[in-house]
Design a protein around this ligand. Structure first.
Ligand SMILES: Cc1ncc(C[n+]2csc(CCOP(=O)(O)OP(=O)(O)O)c2C)c(N)n1
Ligand SMILES: [Mg+2]
Length: 564
């Protein structure tokens, strides 16, 4: 643990048990590491995921043997898919007690399969100088492996024999570490300067294909990339189609309402580009994905330094295994500011028309799910972090968040798109970030991780939870399955009739319901100013929500056609 702290580990999440005692106590007693205790390992792992997403650095997890370790699996899988660095430390029985009926023993070898980036069985070792050196090297290797190349979870499985608490003192932290608190192995960051010939080749593509678009999706670790993308798109007068999860929905070239615009196939066809440059994950927007799939004449380039191949349609022609920020900054430094802005102007005109059409369509509905997203996108301060749940929240954020000079940070579990663990991820982000933290979540996702609310009181964490309560999975009402009668309602929509005031009371949270836009604004203001975690609930109707989205898309299509 001393060595992990030297590498930079600052947050660990523990869960209770006996076999894990040596791991948990050494974490809890390491002053440079904040250890947060969570009863439920599934929530614990999602909390660590939130910490690691918010901070961009690894978080550690420690739990006991058996199904405790198995409960980490959903978050480990999410961390693998979303490339989030995690150090998973599981306690296990030693080999002589495995597969023999010893208590709480399961096969933990490679428990997370291909989701773990690296697995190692760590047996007990005598505390000889040679073994301690190896342990220090191992800690460094685990830490840097979680971060290197394609980041992800590293799993160390520890065989631990009784006694689990020693009578004699353990070797102390200053035993044998490098001087000056340095880690045993350092890993200096080497600036990924792109070679000039590569920059020139790319620059030529931009010059030869002025009808270009920059598409930016989820990206969490390089906070400066968002500014670079905005600056580059502005410099070259290229529309920037940025999912809020990219942080790049900002600056004069950003187009907020591409999802609504590209739903109009006529408009989409008339705005086919010659060049598409992708950065980060593929955005969620279905119309954007379909459009990218269909623009066959465009050259499509994808910055993909982590080798994730996010291209289910097979549209990308060239993968650039280069750092997007350094490369685009270098290109921008070598081209003159583009003064011919007709292409970007067309997008801007349409985006302004779409924004007005959306406002018109939403107005009569009062407080609705899209309106909540629009309000949050406009009102949250730049220092806020908002976690958006899978299902409609992440989609409504993409459709309705405006462009801003300095938008709030937006995080989501979009590696595997699960609705599990969302509450805990948001508490992890709240524990790790400096600004206010907010969670936009549906009722089913909240039920899924209700136990995650325990973190509020046990760790004195402040999170504003905006709950969109439409009594079921509203997303499914958009699908053909919603016509399948009572079986649809019972098995897919899953209405439950729960009143979350009781959950708030159980976990000691503030709770308010808002029925109008004014009430919502006031309740949000109170919740953000409160000292403790608060739920602001908005009741909506699933069928009315589908109709409202359709009305928005119609109004946008009508207004951009008449403007064209
Ligand atoms: C772990 C997991 N189980 C099931 C799903 C499938 N799923 C996607 S959305 C959804 C319903 C979510 O409902 P809610 O959180 O109320 O959001 P709404 O659809 O109403 O916006 C379900 C069950 C999933 N994504 N993840
Ligand atoms: Mg719902």
């Amino acid at each position: 643990m001393d060595e992990l702290a030297r590498c930079g580990l600052r947050h660990a999440v523990t869960s209770p048990g006996s076999r894990s005692t040596p791991l948990v106590l050494s974490l809890a007693r390491e002053p440079r590491i904040t250890s947060t205790s969570h009863v439920d390992e599934r929530s614990a792992a999602f909390f660590a995921l939130g910490v690691a997403k918010e901070s961009g650095t690894p978080a550690a997890l420690a739990c006991t043997s058996g199904t405790a370790a198995a409960n980490y699996a959903p978050a480990v899988i999410e961390a693998h898919e979303a490339r989030v660095p995690l150090l998973v430390l599981t306690a296990d029985r030693p080999p002589e007690l495995r597969d023999l009926g010893a208590g709480q023993t399961i096969d933990q070898v490679k428990l997370y399969g291909s989701a773990a980036k690296w697995f190692l069985e760590v047996d007990e070792h005598p505390a000889t100088p040679q073994r301690l050196r190896w342990l220090r090297q191992l800690a460094c290797r685990a830490y840097w492996t979680a971060l290197d190349g394609r980041p992800g979870p590293v799993h160390l499985n520890f065989s631990l024999r009784e006694p689990l608490v020693l009578d004699e003192p353990l070797p102390s932290g200053d035993d044998g570490g490098r001087a000056g608190g340095r880690p045993w192995v350092t890993r200096p960051t080497i600036a990924p300067e792109p070679p000039p010939a590569f920059v020139d080749r790319l620059r030529a593509e931009f010059e030869q294909r002025p009808r270009a678009v920059l598409v930016a999706g989820r990206q969490e670790r390089d906070r400066a990339l968002a500014e670079s993308l905005a600056g580059f798109a502005d410099w070259l007068a290229i529309p920037l189609l940025a999912d809020p999860l990219s942080g790049a929905r900002r600056g004069p070239a950003a187009i907020a309402h591409y999802d609504a615009l590209l739903r109009d196939t006529e408009w989409a066809a008339a705005h086919a580009p010659e060049l598409v440059v992708r950065v980060g994950d593929l955005p969620t927007s279905k119309p954007l994905r379909a459009w990218l799939h269909g623009v066959d004449d465009a050259l499509q380039l994808s910055f993909d330094p982590e080798n994730v191949w996010q291209d289910p349609a097979g549209a990308v022609a060239t993968i650039l295994a280069a750092d997007p920020r350094c490369t685009l900054d270098a290109i921008g430094g070598r081209v003159k500011r583009r003064t011919e802005t007709a292409w970007l102007d067309r997008w801007h005109r349409a985006d302004r028309a779409a924004a007005a059409a959306i406002a018109r369509a939403l107005q009569p509905a009062g407080l609705s799910e899209p309106r909540v997203a629009a309000e949050l996108g406009a009102a949250l301060p730049p220092e806020a972090t908002v976690v958006v749940a899978s299902s409609m929240p992440v989609r409504d954020a993409e459709t309705f968040f405006p462009t801003r000079a300095t938008p709030p940070r937006v995080l989501a579990n979009r590696g595997a798109n699960g609705i599990d663990g969302t509450v805990s991820t948001a508490f992890g982000a709240a524990a790790s970030g400096d600004g206010p933290a907010l969670l936009l979540i549906g009722d089913v996702a909240l039920i899924h991780d209700l136990g995650g609310l325990l973190a509020a009181g046990r760790h004195d964490l402040k999170l504003t939870i905006v709950l969109l309560h439409n009594d079921g999975g509203g997303i499914f009402d958009f699908l053909p399955v919603s016509r399948e009668g009572p079986e649809y309602v019972e098995h897919v929509a899953t209405p439950h009739g729960l009143d979350f005031t009781h959950a708030a009371a159980l976990f000691g949270l503030d709770y308010e319901e808002a029925g109008t836009v004014e009430e919502f604004r006031a309740a949000l203001g109170r919740a953000l100013a409160a000292e403790r975690t608060a739920i602001v609930a908005v009741r909506t109707d699933r069928a009315a929500n589908v109709a409202l989205h359709a009305a928005v898309w119609d109004e946008v299509a009508r207004s951009v056609r008449s403007a064209a």
